[in-house]
Design a protein around this ligand. Structure first.
Ligand code: MN
Length: 256
């Protein structure tokens, strides 16, 4: 059955070889010719943000680790699987050069697609975490086009050092924040679903995998939340029957 796959929050980094190994196994399985039930009719792979643990700019494409990631995605495209990239909060500086290197298409966040007849809204998900006012202020700043342009004029090493500093601060702040504050807000979800005509929603970011139902203006909308790949790979599959967790044997276990 023709289907599309959805992943997010892989946080790939040269410092986390297990994550990269799981990603490469996933790519191999998604394209394996001897796994027809899983692979042959995979039409598209949607990566809903935070593919990378950080992305300092498209001038970092030649880095050996990054080149390995782009080559893996390119191999999907070369086998006829369309690859779509959304930016996450960790890799929001992903640009067209990176997308070209992956033979992928960059999508806006959010983006409404027709998934086998069902309107489906895709988002990284951090825009929905509106309980965390401090994060939303930061988000507004780093999404500002002038801020990004100016940041990208700095030398690559300086950008990496800046991002490393941000990361340390964010780890410290997370420890002091109530966990509820870092989940999506129901009000923000409802507003987004209303704005887009009550679609199905798939997002990541919160690392709280699950399926939820939201009743908005009397309409019931499904919300699927992808997991991160910290312990093991997590994949959603969409086809004409609906959305389900991909359970292909051995798929992307990071602990093997
Ligand atoms: Mn995220």
């Amino acid at each position: 059955m023709p289907h599309s796959l959805f992943i997010s929050d892989l946080h790939l980094s040269a410092n986390q070889p297990h994550g990269m190994a799981a990603f490469l196994r996933f790519i191999a399985e998604a394209t394996a010719q001897d796994r027809p039930e899983f692979s042959q009719k995979t039409e598209a792979l949607y990566i809903l943000g935070d593919l990378f643990d950080y992305w300092a700019g498209d001038d970092d494409l030649e880095d050996a680790f990054n080149a390995g990631v782009t080559a893996a995605l390119r191999s999907l495209a070369q086998q006829g699987i369309k690859v779509y990239l959304l930016r996450g909060n960790r890799d929001l500086l992903m640009g067209e050069a990176l997308a070209d290197a992956c033979h992928a298409t960059l999508l806006n966040d959010p983006v409404l697609i027709d998934l086998y007849g069902v309107p489906t809204l895709l988002s990284h998900g951090d825009m929905l975490c509106t309980h965390d006012a401090e994060y939303q202020r930061y988000r507004a700043q780093v999404h500002d086009a002038d801020f990004q342009r100016q940041f990208l004029t700095k030398p690559l090493m300086e950008r990496k050092a800046y991002i490393a500093g941000l990361r340390e601060r964010s780890i410290a702040e997370k420890q002091s924040k109530d966990s509820a504050i870092m989940d999506v807000s129901n009000e923000a979800v409802a507003a987004l679903l209303r704005e887009y005509g009550y679609p199905r929603l798939i997002h990541g970011h919160t690392h709280r995998p699950g399926r939820h139902e939201h009743i908005v203006d009397g309409r019931t909308c499904e919300r699927w939340v992808l997991s991160d790949w910290h312990q093991q790979g997590s994949v959603l599959r969409g086809d004409s029957r609906g959305i389900s967790w991909e359970t292909a044997a051995g798929l992307a276990s990071a602990n093997e």
